[in-house]
Design a protein around this ligand. Structure first.
Ligand SMILES: *Cc1c(COP(=O)(O)O)cnc(C)c1O
Length: 356
């Protein structure tokens, strides 16, 4: 149990126009901070006014990217109450990322307490409009002021909050995806399974190439054989081939274990829809498309929940999937997950953590 000191801001900000939130542009009045040192462990848990962090320019995070993060949301129900979706999954993943990056873990129940406390402190920032939510961004940075390459001895754990708009304000439109054959996001034995900021730096070039092709995201292939499908942008990916839902398996450690991905797999199993977690090559997808058996493709992640893929661009080849429309499996998953998140349907899976 953390002893969290709370210092409230003397000058609350004016709230943004909740109908024009977009993603990650506005931040609330407060943030959670906690420090780590070898002598004291994690200590000095506090909620303070949102603002800049004073950091020595030699802080390790600036040079060697010893940084990790998480992303989850708080949802406001029709009755005004606020809830979280499977926060313990994010917290367990955060601690697994800590292990990979040599960052000291934080007890899971302390992280949950911190998330709940800071959301509670800024609860009037959780928007009411349909499809909107409060995005929660926990992160840890290495702060030792020195340039040697080894794990830091000091860290800051922070949680910031951002009210975000409906991802699908203009309806669910399938996206175009660029198959990246030159660059890779990660390799076996690398940091692909960790939510590390450095992975995103490495992915920017592929994202840029995708945008140059008029695509929204990159389809990443495995870094060893350049053959098997890993992920799509910052989302996990699903393909429906001849009635079976297939998503790449997590066994090689090069795929981020998404909470939305796990939720999709669990729901499909509950519904009795055939679902397979296995290696899936880009050739198998192309062949299925050529034979008219590629029923659907979609990405999954906290931001969009489900993002249907309407077109795949691979060099000069262009594949249109399901007439560029959202398919029945994607739609059913989207409705089921968002229904539970906003409390519109009963939480039959036990995924909800109430805040107030
Ligand atoms: C965060 C993330 C996802 C999606 O995970 P969710 O827990 O479902 O939000 C997928 N891929 C990458 C690379 C990610 O960083």
């Amino acid at each position: 149990m953390l002893n969290i000191k709370i210092e409230r801001t003397a000058s609350p900000k004016t709230k943004p126009d909740y109908s024009k939130l977009g993603f990650g542009k506005y931040f609330t009045d407060h943030m959670f901070l906690m420090n780590y040192s070898t002598e004291k462990g994690w200590h000095d848990a506090r909620i303070v006014p949102y603002g800049p962090l004073p950091l020595d320019p030699s802080s390790m995070v600036f040079h060697y990217a010893q940084e990790l993060f998480e992303g989850l949301k708080a949802y406001r129900k029709a009755d005004g109450k606020i809830q979280l979706f499977r926060p313990m999954k994010n917290i367990e993943r955060m601690n697994a990322t800590c292990d990979r990056l040599c960052v000291p873990q934080i007890p899971a129940e302390d992280v949950l307490q911190a998330i709940k406390a800071v959301v509670e402190a800024d609860k009037d920032w959780v928007p009411y409009d349909e499809g909107t939510s409060l995005y929660i961004r926990p992160f840890i940075i290495a702060t030792d002021p020195m340039l040697g390459v080894h794990p830091s001895h000091t860290y800051i754990f922070a949680i910031i909050l951002s009210p975000v708009g409906s991802y699908y304000a203009a309806g669910i439109n399938p996206v175009k995806i660029f198959v990246e054959r030159e660059y890779v996001r990660c390799v076996k034995g690398g940091t692909g399974r960790a939510k590390a900021g450095g992975n995103y730096a490495a992915s920017l070039i592929g994202q840029k190439r995708a945008e140059d092709m008029g695509c929204a995201q990159v389809l990443w292939l495995d870094g060893v054989e350049r053959k098997y499908i890993d992920e799509v942008g910052a989302m996990n990916v699903f393909f429906v081939i001849d009635g079976t839902v297939i998503t790449p398996e997590l066994t090689d450690g090069n795929i981020l274990p998404g909470v939305t991905r796990a939720s999709c797999v669990e729901l499909l199993k509950k519904w009795g829809v055939p679902v397979e977690e296995r290696k899936l090559s880009i050739d198998e997808v192309m062949e299925a498309h050529a034979n008219g058996k590629l029923d659907e493709a979609f990405g999954s992640g906290t931001a969009a929940v489900i993002s249907p893929i309407g077109e795949l661009y691979d060099g000069d080849t262009k594949m249109v999937i399901n007439n560029n429309e959202i398919g029945p499996v994607a739609k059913r998953l989207y409705d089921a997950i968002t229904g539970i998140q906003w409390g519109k349907t009963e939480d039959i899976m036990g995924w909800i953590e109430k805040i107030d």
